[in-house]
Design a protein around this ligand. Structure first.
Ligand SMILES: [Mn+2]
Length: 313
């Protein structure tokens, strides 16, 4: 029996019946291409969280009192596809219990399952993809469930908005939607990038946060650290705007690849996770309700792929 609680919070706040928030660890690292170790991300994140102050100065809240239930980790790893199925099923199970569901990876391929679950439960879903990498490959190294394909499906089935992108393959260019991709080199010279991103979001927003979006000087412990990333306070300012203006329905955080000699990355991840919860529940009376998807959802059946594929022929 796992008696560990998120951030060492008292057991009363960590019970499933009480908790508004669910945290699902997914220690998966089956497809990463360069530095292995994202499977150790959840443990490093939880260890860092144990040492974090639980009062958030900025929002003047103690969000853990909303309750955080830490699930057993999803450990299915027979294949990338079976891992994605297991994540999809577990995520959906807790969304259907009316919980605010969050996940900690693991590499980015876990988000294929996460996003599929959220897209089945919420109308007109925007997937806000914060990452150094476009992750729009249709398949990679023989699998469509590779980390390099993390948002390919989301690009077909949801309103995908990408922020912080500074690395991609030329083959991914055909899937890029110019209005909805915010490249890091453009953001660096556009003081209104946050407002421009906000204009692209629908009301229901799921955030998939690849930690390599953060500048590698602040967060070096990630599989593929890319220079030129987001800094801490601009990240917080942006997230706060999103949480205030939109209905954020859940989020995942991926690609922490811990280094035992460098703890600041783990701690940044823990603080960022807690900040996002603090922003979500800052005006805390709003009840969290799952909205059932309906047939007339404009994104439910939308496939940009076919359209684009036809155009290309
Ligand atoms: Mn990435």
């Amino acid at each position: 029996m796992n008696t560990r609680t998120f951030a060492g919070i008292p057991a009363d706040f960590a019970k499933l019946e009480y908790a508004k928030i669910v945290l699902i660890p997914v220690p998966y690292d089956g497809t990463s291409t360069w530095q292995k170790g994202a499977d150790k991300g959840p443990t490093a994140f939880l260890n860092a969280a144990d040492n974090m102050e639980l009062y958030d100065i900025e929002t003047d809240t103690e969000v853990y009192k909303q309750g955080v239930f830490l699930t057993d980790p999803v450990t299915e790893n027979a294949s990338p596809e079976s891992m994605v199925d297991a994540v999809h099923e577990t995520t959906k199970k807790y969304i259907n219990k009316n919980k605010f569901v969050t996940l900690f990876g693991g590499e980015h391929s876990i988000s294929i399952g996460t996003i599929r679950a959220f897209n089945e439960c919420f109308n007109n879903l925007t997937v806000l993809h914060i990452d150094a990498h476009a992750d729009l490959r249709e398949s990679y190294e023989g699998s469509t469930c590779n980390h390099a394909c993390a948002v390919f499906e989301a690009n077909q089935t949801t309103n995908l908005v990408q922020v912080g992108i500074r690395s991609m393959d030329i083959s991914e260019r055909r899937w890029i939607n110019n209005d909805k991709v915010f490249f890091a080199h453009d953001m660096a010279v556009n003081e209104f990038w946050m407002e421009d991103v906000m204009d692209q979001l629908t009301t229901n927003v799921f955030i998939t946060f690849d930690l390599d979006a953060i500048d590698s000087s602040l967060l070096p412990s990630t599989g593929t650290p890319e220079p030129g990333g987001l800094f801490y306070y601009e990240t917080l300012e942006f997230l706060k705007k999103v949480f205030e203006a939109k209905n954020v329905v859940g989020f995942d955080m991926v690609e922490l690849c811990p280094n035992p000699n460098e703890k600041s990355s783990d701690f940044l991840a823990a603080k960022l996770y807690y900040k996002m919860l603090s922003y979500k529940f800052a005006k805390n009376d709003d009840e969290y309700e799952v909205e059932k998807i309906t047939e007339d959802s404009p994104f439910a059946k939308l496939s940009k792929i076919n359209k684009k594929g036809e155009e290309e022929q």
